[in-house]
Design a protein around this ligand. Structure first.
Ligand SMILES: Cc1ncc(C[n+]2csc(CCOP(=O)(O)OP(=O)(O)O)c2C)c(N)n1
Ligand SMILES: [Mg+2]
Length: 377
């Protein structure tokens, strides 16, 4: 028997606007109208300012932990720009730019990191899932959402964001396998920022690209320069079309870099070479877009001053709203789980007592009594 090749493939890597300002006019033609490029750039500037302010809030004791987004703004923003309101953004924790573009109030993100779970109460109809801190869990939710939309005959797409490290989780492999085998409208958007805290991505995957992980499940796969808004939009347009028209998933590997620490609880200087960080500073998606706009005479110093003033004003109002909110009630955590709360939990809520701690609520004078079935259990 002769030896046959049963499968051969290649992975395309797309860059349209590179860090030297080169623009691929063929791929980039008509991709994003100029007026939108300006809006997207302005949005990135405001998000960057929020990031800087959030970092300072943490350092001055006004916020818990915060994961800086600095350097990664083009990934979630490019994706959110292409997605339609009926599509779901299923994020982890470094997608502020995309979430704000979709319409998540900025104070929600601050509240969340201030430890107030009302920050994770997503306004109805926004089609955004709460921030997922357990690595990888959100990908399964995206597959579930994609499956339900297909089942109901809706034309939505679920786009889930995750890091390089998350592709080592079992959750990724299960979510990808189901999405590909069931033909689901899901986009797996991997933000390969080179590091999973202190673990470099070459240790997460010994193949030359993470994109290969999509091919393993039979998905269309593409790698893009994740600091190039145009390349992200290019890949997303194709992925959304594939999902909406053919119910097929796509794996996008966006190569990017987090310019800050993993979170404010980390000090990346302990494990990253400063020369590596320096080299990525030149690839900053914001610098790149500004140079592009200036080259087209769509931007100048006066406009930059105006957007910075606007960002300052906007973000200080956002911080004020987050810090001025009334203190949460101590029963809030009971209230968002059930449509109809089980009787025993209702008693716990009303008395702040639980029999599991030896504080039998049934013995409290005047305490509401649970239904008989629940008492027996
Ligand atoms: C299930 C689980 N395991 C471990 C952690 C601790 N942890 C938080 S972030 C992180 C690294 C994630 O890296 P990556 O997926 O590359 O995302 P990035 O932070 O680089 O965007 C780990 C291990 C966690 N949150 N959840
Ligand atoms: Mg990472």
């Amino acid at each position: 028997m002769p030896v046959k090749t049963v499968y051969n493939t290649a992975i395309e890597s797309v860059s349209i606007l590179d860090e030297h300002g080169n623009f691929d006019a063929k791929l980039g033609k008509g991709l994003i109208p100029d007026k939108d490029v300006v809006k997207l750039y302005e949005h990135m500037c405001v998000c960057r300012h929020l990031d800087e302010v959030a970092f300072k809030l943490q350092r001055s004791g006004r916020m818990g932990t915060y994961p800086e987004n600095r350097g990664q703004e083009a990934t979630s923003l490019g994706a959110a720009y292409v997605l339609k309101p009926q599509d779901w953004l299923v994020t982890c924790y470094r997608e502020n730019a995309g979430l704000f573009w979709r319409g998540l109030p900025m104070e929600s993100i601050l509240l969340h990191w201030m430890g107030d779970e009302r920050g994770n109460a997503i306004p109805a109809g926004l089609n955004v899932t709460p921030i997922a801190i357990p690595i990888g869990t959100q990908m399964l939710h995206a597959t579930g959402l994609g499956w339900s939309m297909k089942y109901r005959g809706e034309d939505g797409v679920a786009c889930t964001f995750f890091g390089d490290g998350a592709t080592s989780e079992g959750d990724f492999h299960e979510a990808a396998n189901f999405a590909a085998n069931l033909d689901l409208p899901v986009i797996f958007f991997c933000q390969n920022n080179g590091w999973a805290i202190s673990v470099p991505s070459r240790i997460q995957c010994s193949a030359p690209t993470l994109a290969q992980r999509g091919i393993a499940y039979g998905m269309d796969t593409i790698q893009v320069d994740g600091n190039d808004l145009f390349a992200v939009v290019y890949a997303m347009k194709a992925a959304v079309k594939r999902a909406r028209t053919h119910h097929r998933p796509t794996f996008i590997e966006a190569v990017t870099y987090r310019l800050g620490d993993h979170t404010t609880a980390d000090d990346a200087r302990r494990y990253r070479d400063p020369a590596e960080v320096e080299s990525w500073q030149h690839k900053d998606p914001i610098l790149r877009l500004r140079a592009y706009l200036e080259g087209k005479k769509l931007w100048n110093g006066a406009k930059q001053e105006a957007i910075e003033a606007h960002a300052k004003e906007t973000i200080s109002a956002v911080v004020k709203r987050a810090e001025d909110i009334d203190a949460p009630s101590n029963v809030d955590f009971f209230d968002s789980m059930y449509v109809t709360m089980p009787a025993d939990l209702r008693v716990q809520r009303d008395t702040m007592r639980t029999s599991s701690l030896g504080q039998n609520p049934a013995e409290l004078q005047g305490a509401p009594q649970p239904a008989a079935a629940h008492v027996a259990r």
